[in-house]
Design a protein around this ligand. Structure first.
Ligand code: FAD
Length: 480
């Protein structure tokens, strides 16, 4: 016999913390909710691990970054869960789930049953071994997904002050770790196979800004090649990395950031999977009515794109969790999840935000030497994505709003000239209040009707906004 709960959250990461807060707001009763997590600590803001946690001075440490401080909400300490009668089953891996019988089996041998299950198992870091390279077990080879990884990285970092670090992978984790290591006065070389960093998001022009900035901080880039093997010393520590291009780099520390894989294995053969994750509908409900999925593991319909996507970003984890709980607790009141994809990163003194989708043609704007610049992505005649570095709160809100409206854009050169002012103007002048019906065009893009009213409004806005351009580019920069 095991314990029984009305609601069980499987996984104790970002989404779990935001879901717990929402459950209490929606009136969950003490004793009804349980969170089971393999990690030994209550849910925390994972993005802190590659930023504040790695700082040499006053680094962030728990309990300061428990969820939900990242969204300026309450900080949920273990005491908070206790006070709300939420059972935290920590340091406990769930090894199997029977969705038909509504039961979980933990690695400690306990069976826990539920009425409603919320899957928030996130993802795991891909290992080098999955690419045919051995050596992940060496004590100075680090990954960064959870608190234990972050503690390991800090220990190795502290033991190799002024030493050499090789960072494998030029995506989020690689870029953020490289910056943090450089701040810790470690010599960093970043190695990746693509032609520029953040290849899945950045254009070559955006990437070159960040690469030059990193280089000014002493970070070296080795592009177009991959790690093939390590050289070990007699104690099994890595001393150097060998690259496919034949070169060798000395290494006191290696950080590997080569991607993640959603933790879906418990549900294979039981729930429908798509895009590498667990497929859910607009209420975050899986193919089994009693099971919901949120965060990195969920593949959900993104209305704005008219297709199912799986996102690996914190904002989507927070908001999908909140939406799922509303759908569970107030099914009649809650609608379909209508989410504008949002990613951000902060490295050194830089800070960027991206909204929407980076498909179609990129139009760059702003002065790339001033520290405030960006790009829009135009697909099938509409704005579908916006990127901004060094913006103010108002400017970030403007690009978010403009992207969500998907205004038509006819003249790309003019758009580039208007730059940020385009988003600022569009976001302040919504189209006339006509009923908006969401429909799918033949191209598969979701368009908002009536399109003709939009074209007319945007045309006027485009003309009116040119005058404001000089003013906006002369404004003082404010970070938030
Ligand atoms: P997670 O937060 O990964 O939580 C999953 C939880 O499930 C974990 O606690 C795990 O132990 C548990 N679990 C899994 N399987 C089991 C099991 N079988 N039994 C029990 N427990 C289990 N995103 C951004 O947008 N901006 C950033 O700047 C940013 N920085 C990041 C920095 C780092 C270092 C990392 C790792 C990620 C970063 N992200 C960032 C991504 C963001 O943190 C994730 O999108 C977010 O954590 C996803 O939340 P989640 O709850 O779905 O998964």
């Amino acid at each position: 016999m095991g314990r029984a709960f009305v609601y069980v959250i499987l996984g104790g990461g970002v989404a779990a913390g935001y879901a717990a807060l929402e459950f209490t707001r929606k009136g969950v009763s003490p004793g009804e909710l349980c969170i089971i997590s393999e990690e030994p600590v209550a849910p925390y803001e994972r993005p802190a691990l590659s930023k504040g946690f790695l700082l040499p001075e006053s680094p962030a440490r728990l309990p300061s970054f428990h969820t939900c401080v990242g969204a300026n909400e309450e900080r949920l300490t273990p005491k908070w869960y206790k006070e709300h009668g939420i059972e935290l089953v920590l340091g406990t891996r769930v090894k199997s789930v029977d969705v038909r019988r509504k039961k979980l089996l933990t690695a400690t041998g306990e069976t826990i049953s539920y009425k409603i299950l919320l899957i928030a198992t996130g993802a795991r870091a891909l290992k080098l071994e999955e690419f045919g390279v051995d050596g992940s077990e060496a004590e100075n080879v680090c990954y960064l997904r959870d608190l234990a990884d972050a503690n390991g990285l800090v220990n190795v970092m502290q033991s190799c002050s002024s030493g050499n670090a090789v960072v494998i992978g030029g995506g989020y984790i690689g870029m953020e770790c490289a910056a943090s290591l450089a701040i810790n006065k470690i010599n960093v070389t970043l190695v990746f196979p693509e032609v520029h960093c953040m290849a899945r998001l950045f254009t070559p022009k955006i990437a070159s800004y960040y690469e030059e900035y990193y280089q000014s901080k002493g970070v070296k880039f080795v592009k177009g090649t991959v790690l093939t093997s390590f050289e070990f010393d007699s104690s099994g520590k890595v001393m150097a990395v060998n690259l496919r291009d034949g070169s060798q780099l000395p290494a006191d520390l290696v950080v590997v950031g080569i991607g993640i894989r959603p933790n879906t294995s418990l549900f294979e053969g039981q729930l429908t999977l798509e895009k590498g994750g667990i497929k859910v509908n607009g209420k975050m409900q899986t193919s089994n009515d009693s099971v919901y999925a949120v965060g990195d593991v969920a593949a959900f319909p993104v209305k704005l794109f008219g297709e199912t996507r799986r996102l690996e970003h914190v904002d989507s984890a927070r908001k999908s969790a909140k939406h799922a709980v509303a759908a569970i607790m107030e099914p009649k009141k809650s609608g379909e999840f209508d989410y504008l994809p949002f990613f951000y990163s902060r490295v050194f003194g830089l800070s960027w935000q991206f909204y929407g989708d980076n498909v179609g043609e990129a139009v760059h704007f702003g002065d790339y030497s001033s520290g405030t610049f960006g790009a829009y992505w135009i697909s099938k005649g509409h704005l579908v994505g916006s990127f901004l570095e060094g913006g103010t709160k108002e400017e970030y809100e403007a690009i978010a709003k403009a992207t969500s409206l998907k205004p038509p854009v006819e003249d790309l050169a003019e758009l580039g000239q208007q730059g940020l002012n385009f988003a600022l103007t569009i976001s302040k002048k919504p189209p006339p209040a006509l009923p908006i019906e969401v429909s799918r065009s033949t191209s598969g893009l979701v368009l908002e009707k009536p399109v003709y009213a939009w074209h007319a409004a945007a045309g006027l806005v485009l003309t009116a906004s040119i005058a404001g351009f000089a003013y906006w580019y002369g404004r003082r920069r404010r970070r938030w």
